[in-house]
Design a protein around this ligand. Sequence first.
Ligand code: A2P
Ligand code: 11C
Length: 342
Amino acid sequence: LTYNVAVVGATGAVGQQMIRLLEERNFPIKQLKLLASGRSAGKTVTFKGQEVVLEEATPESFAGIDFALFSAGGGVSKELAPHAVRHGAVVIDNTSAFRMDPDVPLVVPEVNMDAALAHKGIIANPNCSTIQMVAALKPLYDRFGIDRIIVSTYQAVSGAGQSAINELRDQSRDVLDGKEAECHVLPVGKLPVHHQIAFNAIPQIDVFTDNGFTYEEMKMVNETKKIFGDDTVQVSATCVRIPVVYGHSESVYVELKQDYDLNEVRALLENAPGVVVVDAPQEQQYPLATDATGKLDVFVGRLRRDLHHPRGLHMWIVSDNLLKGAAWNTVQIAEELIKARA
Ligand code: A2P
Ligand code: 11C
């Protein structure tokens, strides 16, 4: 069986990775439709040696489409995903548009693929910083239970799209050349104040909510509860943008519900699907964003007991935010849906 697949946001940082994965993984495609804004219509992309012409995404773009993979911003998803469903497509949406909708499953295949199978047309892909954290914590959640999580993130600029990647490159060059850095994109393009990201760390990703946490931080709180199907997990997050292009890193402190043995934790993580343990501090081996770039896995290391809390555990979790954090999780859901139908 082969399928008609549409990628919405095909020119974007995530969309380009979706196309690459569909090609590399030999996804069973009958026809690939590449959609973006009217600005990109008529440009071409090479897929499996053939030129595919980009088209403007419209409500009628989805006739005959089986899988529509969206990553063109929440506004585009809100407007066009219902049309894709109307045309009979399964939408896998990488934006925040439908994540907290009770009728839409929020899915990380290693954690809750069963929820995806009960979809009503739209399946939401979680935020990148949530995906890598819950993928790594799932085996510990199942074995010991989790009371609370305190996470600080070190997030790559690619999470904010191609324009943020360009801004980091331009600013780095300008600062090294002794010129003034121009700031237009980060932390949030649409806000009036922008900060330099080159040689800096910005403790703001997305806009602030009323409680003093940002939306990015609240996504980690609310999405974790929805994915685990457990409102009792207490999550507090501080999300920080750093001058890395690809790969989000996270310092995660977790309080388990039961006493644990560190060797058992390591063994559980080593056997977890999609998780790779890199944890030999005496040999300076731990997960690095540079090593995770281009890989599909979630890397975990720096496993250690808390000094004070008997059930407290510290870990360092790294993954490619454009892959497991976005494009791969989306394509993986589609692959798993196909497997489940077979
Ligand atoms: P385009 O390149 O034509 O503007 P990123 O996340 O890297 O910033 O990419 C955003 C993606 O969303 C791009 O592919 C962009 O296409 C696409 N996009 C932006 N606005 C629209 C729109 N109104 N309709 C469809 N795609 C859009
Ligand atoms: C970032 N996590 O790194 C964001 C990008 O809700 O899908 C993804 C935003 C989202 O800026």
